[in-house]
Design a protein around this ligand. Structure first.
Ligand SMILES: [Mn+2]
Length: 325
């Protein structure tokens, strides 16, 4: 098992020794996924390397102020015309998380896997995994330090965005002294913390409020009051004009009820497919629980896609939660 320092060096060499990279992150990208993609792109551009940034879907509207966010190719808008031999995956706990972007990986592509999920399975030729990092952005903060590049407000804002969003606004247990030291440096580079908090954490679209209202109308509590859940259907999404990104944060409402240990959001995808988001108050390791269903994540925040109807999936997940309480 190589040390974190060795992994940083190995990743540094991977970036210096090659050219023409594909930089990807997970489907339905969050703040850390987007900012990590851009921080790697920023570094590669400083190194004079060719690169393409790619995601399966669109970048959430609220993150489009980020440096070169408009240059992340979205497969919903268009295809790439070729494959890549050098791929950098950020914030992806397993290979499947990259979604349809894997079509553009050459069959023998060398992959660098940069991530902070404890459930990361170590795919790729180069691995830079730090499970106790608050965000992939924290790992990239360390990686960028190994290069002689002049940091600017663009990269500082990207890194800050990943740290801010993955720590829930510097509130979750992953908000370590290391995070705050990094944040201190980023603020000194001119990052506008309050404005980012407003844009990324506070501001809601009307569609978001409407779909939240629908979800809260489905709220149910277990008889012991320690598990709470809500669900959203495709019809809700359509009638509210909501996109996937509008569901962000909804799962915190059931979780925030006093006495609740596990909060859940079920999103119906199709007749026989449901996505569940899980949040834990601390007693239950929801990353481990999500793995039962082929998903993953962090001990307090995880998710999985389950090929069942909503009516089948809810009791099945409840049973697994109950076992752990
Ligand atoms: Mn992350």
């Amino acid at each position: 098992m190589q040390s974190y320092e060795q992994s940083l060096q190995q990743t540094r060499e991977f970036l210096l020794d090659h050219d023409d990279y594909l930089v990807v992150s997970h489907v339905q990208p969050d703040g850390d996924a987007v900012s990590s993609t851009l921080a790697v792109g920023w570094l590669l551009s400083c190194l004079g390397k060719k690169f393409t940034m790619l995601n399966e879907g669109p970048i959430p509207q609220r993150m489009r102020y980020l440096w070169h966010a408009d240059q992340i190719v979205n497969l919903a808008d268009g295809e790439l015309t070729r494959t890549y031999d050098r791929v950098i995956c950020v914030d992806c706990a397993d290979f499947q998380r990259v979604g349809l972007t894997q079509r553009y990986f050459a069959p023998d592509a060398l992959i660098a896997n940069i991530d902070h999920h404890p459930t990361n399975n170590g795919y790729g030729a180069v691995t830079l995994i730090k499970p106790d990092a608050a965000a992939t952005a924290e790992i990239l903060f360390d990686l960028l330090k190994t290069f002689q590049v002049q940091w600017d407000i663009d990269v500082a804002t990207a890194l800050y965005t990943g740290l801010l969003t993955d720590t829930g606004g510097f509130r979750y247990t992953n908000t370590s002294p290391k995070v705050m030291a990094a944040v201190s440096e980023l603020l000194a580079l001119g990052v506008n913390g309050p404005e980012l908090a407003e844009t990324l954490l506070e501001e809601m679209t009307l569609a978001q409020v409407k779909v939240l209202n629908r979800a809260l109308n489905t709220l149910q509590l277990s008889s012991d009051g320690d598990i709470a859940w809500v669900y959203v259907t495709p019809q809700d999404m359509e009638e509210c004009g909501a996109a996937n990104e509008d569901l962000e944060g909804i799962v915190n409402y059931p979780r925030n009820i006093r006495g609740v240990e596990v909060g859940m959001l079920f999103k119906v995808i199709t007749e026989r497919s449901v996505k569940v988001s899980l949040r834990s108050a601390g007693k239950v390791d929801v990353a481990e629980l999500a793995q039962v269903f082929g998903g993953g994540g962090h001990t307090r925040a995880a998710g999985a896609r389950i090929d069942m109807t909503l009516e089948e999936a809810i009791p099945r997940v409840l049973e697994e939660v109950r076992k752990r309480l």
